[in-house]
Design a protein around this ligand. Structure first.
Ligand SMILES: NC(=O)c1ccc[n+]([C@@H]2O[C@H](COP(=O)([O-])OP(=O)(O)OC[C@H]3O[C@@H](n4cnc5c(N)ncnc54)[C@H](O)[C@@H]3O)[C@@H](O)[C@H]2O)c1
Length: 328
């Protein structure tokens, strides 16, 4: 576990960032939290402030409300940080299709600014870059190991791959200890409202029809949030992860139809499903080969889809009823 360190987390108010913030605050670190609380979905600022309130000790954080594109915010960040977890991005494959410029700004230019900033740091141990399984596109074999050919089929996937290529450049040319992590469809409490599991539960709770894109036979390697947080911290800790790329997934994909069956069982609601046109940018299968992460990081995902879906439902039901806003 990373402890008693000074850590910059970008995108701290987002789904993954808020969980990482919570765990690192609990473990006696000093956190510099940066987020522009973008309008992609609501409630982020409230969530992050709620988490901080729970775990705040005297002086264990500095919350900077700012945009990574704005050069002046870097003056507010200490240079003696130990770690950077760069999670800020414009997420969403489908959103990226109609907003490619916004995606380049928030995912490529912002990321390059973070890498440039890292050149000014004095004792950085690790910079973790949040990449994505989407870089593989439609795979030619599965499970995909890290060497699999990259065929991005959306501006989002392209932007994530570009961030990795820059990471490699800053590692080789400047020795910045960067590690790229390719996350696979992350879900769990405080999950992003644009993602399938959140959307489906939300509609089920209202007894409304859910819409499945395509025929529902597309396979996804759904990965529970606490496993991703474990992977992030392990990658931060391990010196051998420098200059490397790792898949972080549960490595046991199921189809969207199977997912929905499980969700209806958990909610005990009557099935109401319509099938919609397949979306541009959606791949047919994601399936991680995590042998490299197991070997080098000792990454061991623990939460299977049944347990993870129940945990998310438990949270989302409470959230839906208004009794919980951010707490696990
Ligand atoms: N959730 C997933 O399934 C998944 C899968 C693969 C990769 N990722 C990557 O993980 C990271 C976190 O994803 P998430 O699901 O938590 O997304 P999220 O949208 O919940 O969080 C991203 C955060 O970044 C902030 N942000 C965006 N642009 C910014 C900018 N220019 N300056 C400052 N803050 C900015 C947003 O306000 C938001 O709080 C992203 O880099 C994403 O691409 C996520």
């Amino acid at each position: 576990m990373i402890t008693e360190s000074k850590i910059l987390i970008t995108g701290a108010a987002g789904f993954i960032g808020s969980h990482l913030t919570e765990v690192l605050l609990k473990n006696d670190n000093y956190l510099i939290l940066v987020d522009n609380f973008n309008e992609y979905y609501k409630g982020k600022e409230e969530t992050l402030r709620g988490i901080i309130k729970n775990y705040k000790s005297k002086e264990n954080y500095n919350l900077i409300k700012g945009d990574l594109l704005d050069t002046s915010i870097y003056k507010q960040i200490d240079k003696d940080i130990d770690y950077i977890f760069h999670l800020a991005a414009q997420a969403g494959v489908r959103y990226s299709i109609n907003n490619p410029i916004e995606v380049i700004k928030n995912n490529v230019i912002s990321t390059t600014k973070i890498y440039e900033f890292s050149l000014q740091t004095e004792k950085l141990k690790k910079l973790i870059y949040a990449s994505s399984s989407s870089v593989y596109g439609n795979p030619s074999y599965t499970p995909c190991d890290e060497e699999h050919q990259k065929n991005p089929i959306s501006p989002y996937a392209l932007s994530k791959l570009t961030g990795e290529i820059y990471a490699d450049y800053y590692y080789r040319e400047y020795g910045i200890p960067i590690t790229s992590l390719r996350f696979y469809t992350v879900y769990g409490p405080r999950g992003r409202p644009d993602m399938a599991i959140y959307t489906f539960y939300n509609l089920m709770l209202q007894n409304k029809e859910i819409g499945i894109y395509g025929n529902g036979e597309q396979l996804r390697d759904f990965t529970y949030i606490s496993d991703i947080i474990d992977g992030l911290i392990l990658a931060g800790e391990k010196d051998e992860s420098k200059g490397e790329v790792f898949n972080l997934g549960y490595s046991n994909p199921i189809s969207v139809n199977q997912l929905v069956d499980k969700m209806y069982k958990i909610t005990n609601k009557t099935k109401k499903i319509k099938y919609l046109q397949k979306q541009k940018g959606d791949v047919n299968i994601t399936h991680s080969d995590i042998n490299k992460a197991k070997r080098i990081l000792n990454f061991r995902p623990k939460i299977d889809i049944d347990e993870g879906l129940a945990l998310q439902y438990h949270w989302q039901l409470a959230f839906f009823k208004g009794s919980k806003k951010y707490i696990l």
